[in-house]
Design a binder for this molecule. Structure first.
Ligand code: DGY
Length: 317
């Protein structure tokens, strides 16, 4: 019996690769690890039964139509906005994602951005590296306090809850807004979306991207925020209207922002680059060796389960 054919779009750790070899006939990207162009993806997927994809692979109707034998897509990410789930369901293609394994790591990173924006960390480091430090002074690079302040979380799922838990150690008041109130958030208070923006000193975005959350933070929401407030986005580019955010940071509508995701990434709005009040990182919130390894392995385990006739571990469609 020939082995089922699998395309792995990006490099995975050797241990993950090894767990799949012998079960699948694998076309991989272990050497170059370059993102596949749409035409490469269409060509390589044409004869495949299985796909291990990433957050940057756009799986739309055109891609699915080019792969008539595709049975299961294991995405190495928790967010699935890059995959047309309905089209997959219509074609009977199973889709899995990677919840839970990245929750704590991603929450840690939200805090890294929050602290960095509050205390002007990257700005201070550049000041030092550029030889501008001529000596100590009282008001040098003064930031804002995190301890005792108000944290607003937009999107109280697993990661939002993990961020909220960490806030207890900082003596913070925690507000959140969700499509519906979460029932296990004893230490966080549900508020309407406008109140979240008005009352918070730090607003952290953790909502999944969808047509409903496109530009959920635009000029109107930014104008509601305190001029001393910071915005942190670890959700998805497109959740924030980046043009409006650049303007808000330039004009002092809000104090600072910490951004791990961007509209149209890896390109980003050039307006961010000269601004010292924004901390910019390249979509690395879940990027620790252990967590990215766990994400890849969970994706691989889903493929193995499907190929071996077992129940999928984390199916989304
Ligand atoms: C996710 O899991 O959705 C992350 O954004 C991938 O880095």
């Amino acid at each position: 019996m020939p082995l089922p054919k699998l395309l792995i779009t990006r490099r995975v750790y050797d241990s993950v690769f090894d767990s799949l070899s012998g079960v699948f006939d694998i076309q991989h990207n272990q050497d170059k690890d370059e993102p596949l162009s749409k035409s490469d993806l269409l060509r390589k997927l044409a004869d495949k039964d299985y796909l291990l994809s990433t957050v940057v692979d756009r799986i739309d109707e055109e891609v699915l139509a080019a792969a008539p034998g595709l049975k299961c897509i294991a995405s190495g990410a928790v967010g699935t906005n890059n995959i047309d789930l309905k089209a997959c369901a219509d074609r009977g293609i199973a889709v899995t994602n990677t919840p839970d394994v990245l929750t704590e790591t991603t929450a840690d990173f939200a805090w890294a951005l929050l602290m960095a924006t509050a205390r002007r960390l990257t700005e201070a480091e550049q000041y030092l590296r550029q030889g501008q430090w001529k000596g100590w002074s009282f008001d040098q690079l003064s930031g804002v306090d995190v301890y005792g302040s108000t944290l607003g979380i937009l999107g109280m799922g697993r990661i939002g809850s993990a961020i909220a838990r960490r806030a207890q150690g900082f003596g913070m008041t925690v507000l959140y807004h969700n499509r519906r109130p979460a029932n296990d958030e004893a230490s966080a208070r549900y508020v309407e979306k406008d109140a979240l923006f008005k009352e918070s000193d730090f607003v952290v975005l953790v909502v999944p991207y969808s047509p409903q959350t496109h530009h959920i933070v635009a000029a109107k929401e930014l104008a509601l925020m305190k001029t001393s407030a910071c915005l942190v986005n670890i959700a998805r580019g497109g959740v924030v209207d980046d043009k409006a955010l650049v303007h808000a940071l330039e004009t002092g509508t809000i104090r600072a922002a910490g951004l791990d995701v961007f509209e149209g990434e890896p390109a980003l709005d050039p307006g961010f680059l000269p601004l010292s009040n924004v901390v910019l990182t390249p979509h690395i919130a879940s990027s620790t060796r252990a967590t990215r390894g766990a994400m890849m392995q969970l994706a691989a385990d889903n493929l193995l389960a499907h190929a071996q006739g077992r129940a999928l571990l984390t199916q989304v469609a």
